[in-house]
Ligand binder design. Structure first.
Ligand code: G3I
Length: 353
């Protein structure tokens, strides 16, 4: 499909529109937002959303709405948040995000249903002390998936059903799911999610699977086998947490293409590119090429339907809290100023597919 591109005069009138009565422009207001360019490229451009920031910070709220046509809950759809006490649910954060997105014409990615991390304490301690046995655990997982997916039925276009299940060497992660239920929990999770919302696209999702390596090949083999068995797994999510000091991954397009050849969608689901602090112009320029490299791989692959960044301002990025001495991993600085990475993403989207 050929997409209409806004001619130069169109951009010019957008410039005039965003110039307030004072005649003062904000740094980005003279440019079409990312989502406008993404619409033309038939791509969802997304961000993870920090719900505390969304509630407290009006600049964050405005920018989240303006730049993105897709949102992912950074934390509020995770199990420990939605069912902190067994049988007692807290959907307040997830509901608020879905409402925010609906009111602003944004699609919602669901994140995440089966994970080894951020599990509620009642679940992990019950498994550890033996009060929850394998049969009960399977029922608990089924109920969790069915309840959450049904609640947002028709409102979520892609679900990260199964998250981070392989180790770097391609062996299955030794999580409580594998230990207690065996590898069949993966197929079960997809079947249960599909029964709850047959229209949502159901994804596997992981980090360090951008290029072709042992881990991404383990996903490829798993997806191929599951699809041959008729299991409803329809997407492969590449998180895209990169670091400039480790180099750009090899053969990203080739990796996406092999999943496409299985008839699957692909997506970049959590892109950020960290660096060792302090940042400098050279590092920022390198970072920009990494964002652009992943975006171009997506735009070059028809089956790649969404490109989501894991936070878009350094003000709320998870990176410094986890990787000491590293950060500056997002498109905008802590004052929401555009970095070269933002310009690179803009240009990539403007160039289209
Ligand atoms: O909710 C509590 C809050 O009540 C408390 O005051 C605060 C004190 O530190 O902690 C809050 O929980 C934290 C939560 O983020 C919300 O801020 C958790 O401790 C913290 O562990 C959690 O970190 C999240 C992390 O997943 C957990 O593993 C990050 O924000 C989130 O960005 C990160 O996202 C993951 C993806 O889900 C999967 N892929 C990797 C990615 C990055 O690690």
């Amino acid at each position: 499909m050929k997409h209409f591109r806004m001619p130069f005069v169109g951009l010019l009138s957008a410039t005039l529109l965003f110039t307030g009565v004072s005649g003062v422009q904000t740094a980005s207001a003279h440019e079409a937002p990312l989502r406008t360019l993404a619409d033309r490229a038939d791509l969802r451009i997304g961000t993870a959303v920090d719900m505390a920031a969304l509630a407290d910070d009006s600049t964050y709220r405005r920018r989240t709405a303006r730049e993105f046509n897709s949102v992912t809950a950074e934390n509020v759809m995770k199990w420990e948040v939605v069912e902190p006490t067994r049988g007692t649910y807290d959907w307040s954060g997830a509901d608020a995000l879905v409402r925010f997105a609906r009111d602003r014409g944004q699609a919602v990615r669901g994140h995440t249903l089966v994970w080894h991390s951020q599990l509620p304490g009642w679940l992990t301690s019950g498994v550890a002390d033996g009060t929850i046995d394998a049969a009960e655990l399977r029922g608990i997982l089924r109920k969790h998936i069915s309840t959450e997916v049904k609640r947002y039925k028709g409102k979520i276009y892609q679900w990260d059903v199964v998250n981070e299940v392989f180790e770097e060497d391609g062996s299955l992660r030794n999580s409580i799911w594998l230990q207690k239920l065996g590898p069949s929990y993966i197929a079960d999770a997809f079947r249960w999610a599909h029964a709850a919302d047959p229209k949502a696209k159901l994804f596997l999702n992981d980090y360090n699977v951008e290029g072709i390596n042992a881990k991404s090949t383990a996903y490829y083999d798993l997806a191929k086998r599951l699809r041959a068995e008729g299991v409803p797994v329809q997407g492969f999510g590449v998180q895209g947490h990169l670091a400039i000091q480790y180099g750009f991954p090899g053969n990203v397009e080739g990796n996406l293409a092999r999943f496409a050849a299985l008839g699957m969608q692909t997506a970049f689901t959590e892109v950020d590119v960290r660096m060792i602090l302090p940042s400098d112009p050279e590092k920022s320029a390198k970072q920009a090429t990494y964002f652009r490299g992943l975006l171009d791989a997506c735009l070059g692959t028809r089956s790649c339907k969404s490109f989501t960044v894991w936070g878009y301002t350094d003000k709320y990025s998870w990176v410094p809290g986890v990787f000491a001495g590293q950060g500056a991993a997002t498109l905008l600085d802590e004052e929401f100023g555009a970095k070269p990475a933002y310009a690179a993403v803009r240009e990539g989207l403007a160039a289209g597919r």
